[in-house]
Write a protein that binds this ligand. Structure first.
Ligand code: ADP
Length: 161
């Protein structure tokens, strides 16, 4: 059984993330979509909200499981018996950070491979930050996030009034 972990903040999940998840699910028997519990990032949504959004957005996908984790990614990968980490790449600006993380994770666990999936050009501009900004300003986010996620984003507009 080939298992992968797709870790991220998912603050919130976007259709760009869903595209990566669906493509990863074609390559692996099981993909854990795992929210990183990283207090340093000051997310807009709580862990419970982000897990709730992921579950609502990804329900019905048999090869996908939603989870969250504390601590080192390689320890989580080991715990769920995965052999690969999946990350998405958009512009060159993603590269430096992703390169450093992939090499660091390989140093910590040489058995874990990081696999990069290139964004679909349709989503190359899309980020969670952009979605939050548009939602706060009352713009239309229907095409940017999975439909069940829209109701969580309404709270951002209410907070900013
Ligand atoms: P993190 O804080 O770990 O970067 P994100 O939720 O922002 O978490 O992103 C998780 C992963 O998904 C990262 O590898 C990121 O590059 C990728 N990603 C985010 N948005 C897109 C997109 N529109 N297309 C492809 N990959 C994306």
């Amino acid at each position: 059984m080939k298992i992968a972990v797709y870790p991220g903040s998912f603050d919130p999940i976007t259709v760009g993330h869903v595209d990566i998840i669906d493509r990863a699910a074609k390559m692996f028997d099981l993909v854990y979509v795992a929210v990183i519990r990283n207090p340093a990032k000051a997310p807009a949504f709580s862990i419970d909200d982000r897990v709730g959004m992921l579950k609502a957005a990804l329900s019905g996908r048999k090869k996908v499981k939603v989870d969250s984790f504390d601590g080192l990614l390689v320890d989580y990968v080991d715990k769920v018996k995965a052999t690969a980490i999946v990350r998405g790449l958009r512009a060159v600006s993603d590269f430096d950070y992703e390169f450093q993380m992939a090499l660091t994770n390989r140093k910590m666990d040489p058995n874990v491979e990081t696999i990069f999936l290139m964004t679909d050009y349709k989503y190359s501009y899309l980020s969670s930050s952009l979605v939050k900004e548009i939602a706060r300003l009352g713009g239309e986010i229907a095409k940017l996030v999975p439909a069940p996620v829209k109701k969580w984003l309404k709270s951002l507009k209410e907070e900013s009034i």
